[in-house]
Ligand binder design. Structure first.
Ligand SMILES: [Zn+2]
Length: 88
């Protein structure tokens, strides 16, 4: 496996906590109302964001996660722990 270093040095990043923090996040609207498997918090305080992988995929975002926008305009979700290891 070959290792690559990212060329781009700056990204637009927003730490999401609540609705209104990022225009791409909509209210969590799902019949599933339990606890989040990632953070353990109630799903009603989460948001939905469309991410581009092979196709646009609707993904839940946890409060405190970071939304990183690439140079091509695609958003990625990073946990706070992972974000602080990679970004400064
Ligand atoms: Zn969560």
């Amino acid at each position: 496996m070959t290792k690559y270093q990212m060329i781009q040095e700056s990204h637009d990043c927003i730490q999401w906590f609540k609705h209104g923090d990022h225009p791409a996040v909509t209210e969590f609207n799902s019949p599933f109302k339990g606890k989040c498997r990632a953070c353990g918090e109630d799903m009603t305080i989460h948001g939905w964001i469309k991410l581009f992988s092979d196709d646009f995929e609707l993904t839940a975002i946890c409060p405190g996660n970071w939304i990183v926008t690439s140079i091509g305009g695609c958003e990625e979700i990073w946990s706070d722990i992972a974000f602080k290891k990679v970004f400064k």
